[in-house]
Design a protein around this ligand. Structure first.
Ligand code: NZQ
Ligand code: ZN
Length: 389
């Protein structure tokens, strides 16, 4: 195992009725709270009123930024940063899914930056300071509630960029699975694909000496495979929603990395799909991942796919390695496209090859290939996009 530092400085309140602690946690950082949220789901599910009640009980001063889009825009980051600067906000409260939380991370960073927040992403301006962030998660998918990353879109330039800055890590996250009961089938399925992809990006690595973490990752994958169909059939099944929620956080909070050298492959490709076509992140990953696997499967990589097939899908270990590997990819396709009911091709969602060349070149630049399971140049990425048609 390589050397590594393990540090997850996010305090988690997990389970129902934990919001009673919200006022006290916010108060630790000051009086002025900027509440950030999306297109209104938090009002429909009655969460907004509960949050306001807790804020009022604690005697805090409330400011709001609403309307944060899925695939959050840099315009929302700038709008939030303006409020922070003008009102001297002390603490940010992000209530929603990954889009709201990501946007809030950059609001916290841009509050200390003079200029357009897009500079931070485009020019990779180092973020050394960020307002404290507390999150209330309403959708299990990205793990943004427990990581230091965030992804922002600029529709004017067809860019979607993600960076990681430790100071953007949420200080506290409230994870109440009942808040995800209202997430529709599509977003529940996309969330599952995202959680799986976060694990795959680490699991499919050439560093093979992490048995303990491989077992953890296989357990997390099995959790998603087991409980997503339950959540789809019974949206208010607490056990299913709770398992998915905790798996989403642990898929990307750093624990499974364990110093494993890695280069994420499907995420840079998917970010181009979302940048150009504003599609849901998890859907893009579901379409891309099995094709990336097919493209990547060869004599050097087959043993990892064999391990995946045997340990995650319980495929007969006595079969030839290549046979197990291919079956495992087929079973993953079956899970995404039949069990979860997600669309299986880019053509089905109205995407053709018009921008594949530019998207592939951008993905090759944004992704890092140094420690890749299978290094991908722009030509490889373009071929994978074509396999998704
Ligand atoms: O906007 P509202 O009205 O809140 O509706 C949202 C949105 O339409 C709705 N929703 C959320 N919670 C709900 C709910 N509807 C009913 N009941 C609830 N309880 O769901 C829709 C999608 O929400 P969004 O936040 O966009 O989804 P997700 O959590 O999947 O976030 C996606 C964004 O996160 C980025 C993605 O690229 C994408 O921009 N990612 C962030 C990562 C990170 N920070 O580490 C890593 C990921 O790989 C990913 O790239
Ligand atoms: Zn993701």
């Amino acid at each position: 195992m390589n050397a590594f530092v393990y540090d997850i400085p996010t305090k988690v309140y997990f389970g129902e009725n934990q919001l009673k602690n919200l006022g006290a946690e916010l108060s630790k950082f000051g009086k002025k709270v900027l509440l950030t949220y999306g297109g209104g789901s938090i009002k429909k599910i009655g969460l907004y009123d509960k949050i306001i009640e807790e804020i009022n009980k604690a005697g805090l001063e409330l400011y709001e930024l609403s309307g944060i889009d899925p695939n959050p825009r840099v315009s929302s980051v700038n709008a939030g940063a303006d409020i922070c600067k003008k009102e001297n906000i002390d603490v940010l409260l992000a209530v929603g899914g990954g889009s709201v939380i990501d946007c809030t991370k950059y609001i916290g960073a841009a509050a200390y930056y003079d200029g357009d927040a897009w500079d931070i992403l485009l020019k990779k301006v180092p973020v050394k300071k960020c307002l404290p962030i507390i999150t209330v998660l309403t959708l299990s998918a990205t793990g943004s509630e427990m990581d230091a990353g965030g992804v922002i879109s600029n529709p004017e330039t067809n860019d979607k960029i993600g960076l990681i800055f430790p100071v953007m890590q949420p200080k506290v996250s409230f994870l109440d699975p009942t808040l995800t009961y209202t997430v529709n089938k599509f977003h529940t399925a996309c969330g599952a694909a995202d959680i799986l992809s976060h694990i795959f990006e680490v699991y499919f690595s050439m560093d093979q000496d992490l048995y303990m973490l491989d077992c953890v990752m296989e357990g997390l994958m099995k959790t998603v495979l087991k409980y997503t169909p339950v959540a789809l059939a019974e949206p208010e099944n607490y056990e299913a929603r709770a398992n998915l929620m905790w798996a989403s956080s642990w898929a990307i909070n750093g624990f499974i990395n364990g110093g494993k050298r890695q280069a994420w492959s499907c995420h840079p490709m998917e970010h181009e799909l979302s940048a150009f076509y504003d599609i849901t992140h998890g859907l893009g990953l579901a379409i891309l991942t099995p094709r990336w696997m097919e493209y990547t499967l060869n004599e050097n990589t087959v043993s990892k796919f064999y391990q995946f097939g045997v340990n995650v899908f319980s495929i007969d270990e006595s079969l030839p390695q290549m046979e197990v590997a291919k079956q495992s990819i087929d079973l993953l396709k079956e899970f995404f496209f039949e069990t979860l009911g997600l669309q299986s091709t880019l053509t089905e969602i109205g995407i053709n090859d018009a921008n594949f060349n530019i998207m592939a070149r951008k993905a090759a630049t944004l992704g890092s290939t140094k420690y890749a399971f299978q290094p991908l140049a722009a030509e490889d990425i373009e071929k994978i996009f074509r396999m998704c048609l």
